[in-house]
Design a protein around this ligand. Sequence first.
Ligand code: FES
Length: 161
Amino acid sequence: MDIEGIDVNKEIGKVGVHICEHDKKKGLLIPILHRIQEDYGYLPGEVLERLSKKLELPLAEIYSVASFYHQFHFSPRGKKIVRVCMGTACHVRGAGKVLERLQERFKIEVGETTEDLAMTLETVGCVGCCGLAPVVTVNEDVVGELGPKKLNDLIKTIEED
Ligand code: FES
């Protein structure tokens, strides 16, 4: 088919190839972002810029994909990721006070990281250990029945590490 001197089939063919290449690169993006985050602990801007050039994908598109997934982070994270469970059982058993104490002690808000990168403080919904409420997770570990003494021990461990 020819419209005003343009071979439409040929042009559609080109677009098809272009979409295919683009999709292939986008398909690679998630595993590459995971790898970068494993290496750096987060997704540094300058690394994403290099990635954008290498894959010939717009930087905005890379950010758009990465920010869609909650597991990607754009700033450095603490050595310990402390998540205070704010589910109902933990809430009823004093999770708010645990959170307050951690915020006061480390002078950070939820979602922030201490300057020395010792800890990132987050909240989480029920982690499935309601019988141990109040509960926090420290990286992959669950710390339950968090009374004042256990909380002080946890704070000490974070400070000393
Ligand atoms: S509500 Fe905290 S573990 Fe279930």
